[in-house]
Write a protein that binds this ligand. Structure first.
Ligand SMILES: [Ca+2]
Ligand SMILES: [Ca+2]
Ligand SMILES: [Ca+2]
Length: 212
């Protein structure tokens, strides 16, 4: 009487299929892991850039809080706003409500000294014609840099006489202020170069109510 013997082991074909499937699974896991790492890194970079821009914007808001509309130079009430503003902060208020003003301070956007406005990335940091925001406080002669790597232009705006983002301001720069009534709008566009692709950009806005 003959008995069929139970098969031990796997055929070469089965082994090949198993190895191939395992390879595909491990490859997929690797790709997914890389995508996940890239997304995490991107989120971290965006979060850090937003925090950096927000710190600078908070400082600008702090500087411009309590200032008088009539003491702004220039008065940024035109459709182009202003990338530079001279202002005076209240120093003291008398019992009768008379305000004594500090000497003028100035906030201004200027080209990064290492990268002039020529359409080229002169310093090779991945950003073209980046700017910086500086503060010259009353009574000082050395400006403080509040923020670097500011976009020359805000958002999608180009220097072409059009209001691309339909915000009512034409050709606005990466830092600008604009006054409507007693409301002063402040905008900041900060950049961070990436290893590949376009730089990361964060656009931040705030506003302060001016004294009359
Ligand atoms: Ca540059
Ligand atoms: Ca340049
Ligand atoms: Ca605009």
């Amino acid at each position: 009487m003959k008995f069929r013997t139970k098969r031990a082991g796997y055929t070469l074909l089965e082994m090949t299929v198993a190895v191939t499937v395992l390879g595909l699974v491990l490859g997929s896991v690797g790709v997914f892991q890389n995508m996940s790492n890239d997304q995490s890194q991107s989120l971290i970079e965006r979060s850090q850039l937003e925090a950096r821009g927000q710190r600078a914007l908070n400082r600008v808001v702090s500087e411009l809080t309590g200032v008088a509309q009539s003491l702004l130079v220039p008065d940024p009430n035109s459709v182009v706003g202003s990338s530079s503003i001279i202002y005076q902060r209240p120093a003291a208020v008398s019992a009768t409500g008379v305000i004594t003003w500090e000497n003028p301070s100035r906030l201004m956007l200027e080209s990064d000294p290492a990268d002039g406005a020529n359409g080229l990335d002169d310093d090779g940091d991945g950003l073209t014609d980046e700017c910086r925001l500086v503060l010259l406080k009353a009574g000082t002669s050395v400006p403080t840099v509040l923020c670097t790597n500011i976009s020359p232009m805000a958002g999608v705006e180009g220097a072409n006489g059009y209001d691309e983002d339909s915000d009512g301001i034409v050709d606005e720069t990466g830092f600008h202020v604009q006054r409507t009534g007693d409301l002063l709008r402040i905008h900041l566009s900060v950049l961070e170069a990436r290893r590949e692709g376009e730089p990361l950009r964060i656009d931040l806005d705030a506003s302060v109510v001016l004294r009359n």
